[in-house]
Design a binder for this molecule. Structure first.
Ligand code: SF4
Length: 396
């Protein structure tokens, strides 16, 4: 059975979700200089010409959640970690244009060679989840753990979706970075650390900044109970937790979440199952626990792509992840019924800040020899962040 993808066929309310504060202002001016107007009919041709003029000098990375108008110019597409590694594997390209968000460009800068310069076409492209854990807040949390006398028992683990500062904090304290694909392995390693007698820790994990990925991994993949997990709220004294809660918890979850994946609810799943008999529910582990409990399949963006590629023709799928990716997958598989899980059309607003005018502006500036919007992590932060990233690469 061939069906029209539901997204695009329905007239749905539109939402753009992303940073709730405006850390872009702290990062500097989003786009100094003149942007070409979005109405310029020559934009595609200008991007093509600038990229051709740069040749092997530039390597363009496109995250899966980017707009189609941008992704068409990507030399490689992928999730944040895959893209950072791809950039590192291309040392011959002095310029890396990262079409994604700020923390991703930071990781690319950390992993690429010193002569490579990473450009983020719009500095306002942040991430609401990464912005929910600031360095000062995490330092304060660690002081609370020290006051409680449990810091030596705790291994910090941070999701890739965090600032370089937070990755460096984790590297300094003997922890590890994880992705949505290897969170289970990272947690196994962290809990085994104390048992192996390799420098303490291991009884508890402080999981940053996405409470949902931490909880879903601990409960669904590792057999923890919900009571083993507590949520540390950086906006409340002592994280809003009692001494007993700190003592008894095995998983200290930071109170952060993705504004986009956090939108999906059990009601979205129930509604979809009622409307589309036999539908498969496929969601990202950044979704809330109540949603992943109801889902048929759970996995990273790469897993979602592979699952839909392998799905039989005629099958129906409701997908809980960012809409640009779902829409692209629906268009790529017209023989399958691929739908967005929520009733409201919802893009990641910060991902969407990278549009064709910003890409053209970045590429044309580089072609003139002018490096704009460079993302550069200071040496010490990069060193310790790399310690935590390298630990991830060494996971068994
Ligand atoms: S989709 Fe969520 S986690 Fe990803 S960049 Fe947007 S806000 Fe951040």
């Amino acid at each position: 059975m061939t069906t029209t993808p539901e997204i695009g066929a329905r007239s749905l309310p539109l939402l753009l979700l992303g940073s709730e504060s405006d850390p872009a202002s702290e990062r500097g001016v989003a786009c100094p200089g003149e942007l070409p107007p979005a109405s310029d009919p020559e934009l595609v041709e200008r991007a093509r010409a600038a990229k051709a003029a740069l040749g092997d000098q530039v390597f363009v990375l496109g995250h899966h959640y980017q707009r189609d108008e941008v992704i068409q110019f990507a030399d490689v597409t992928g999730d944040s970690f895959k893209l950072a590694r791809e950039a590192a594997a291309r040392p011959q390209a002095p310029y890396v244009v990262f079409c994604g968000v700020h923390f991703m460009a930071e990781s690319a800068d950390i992993l690429t060679a010193g002569h490579q310069q990473v450009v983020l076409p719009d500095l306002a492209a942040g991430c609401s989840m990464a912005d929910m854990a600031t360095f000062d807040q995490v330092e304060e949390c660690w002081e609370v753990l020290e006051d409680m006398g449990i810091a030596d028992d705790v291994v910090p683990v941070t999701y890739m979706n965090s600032s370089a500062d937070i990755k460096a904090f984790v590297g300094r304290h003997g922890g590890v970075v994880c992705t949505s694909s290897n969170a289970r392995r990272a947690l196994d390693w962290a809990y085994a650390k104390g048992e192996a007698g390799s420098g303490g820790g291991g009884k508890k994990v402080l999981f940053l900044p996405d409470q949902h990925l931490g909880r879903n991994t601990a409960v669904l993949e590792m057999g923890f109970s919900l009571d083993d997990c507590v949520v540390y709220n950086p906006h409340r004294p002592d994280g809003g937790l009692t001494r007993e809660q700190f003592r008894d918890a095995r998983m200290l979850l930071w109170r952060g979440h993705c504004s986009v994946h956090g939108r999906f609810s059990k009601a979205s799943v129930d509604d979809m199952r009622a409307r589309v008999p036999g539908v498969n529910i496929l969601v990202h582990p950044e979704c809330r626990h109540e949603v992943v409990l109801e889902a048929d399949y759970i996995g990273s963006t790469e897993y979602i792509i592979k699952t839909l590629d392998a799905a039989p023709a005629g099958s129906s799928w409701a997908v809980g992840t960012e809409l640009n990716l779902v829409r692209r997958l629906a268009n790529a598989h017209p023989d399958k019924n691929i739908m967005f899980l929520d009733k409201t059309v919802c893009f990641c607003s910060t991902m969407n800040r990278i549009d064709l005018p910003h890409l053209v502006w970045s590429l044309e500036s580089l072609a003139r020899g002018e490096v704009v919007n460079r993302i550069q992590v200071d040496e010490e932060t990069a060193h310790y962040a790399k310690v935590a990233l390298d630990q991830m690469l060494a996971l068994p």
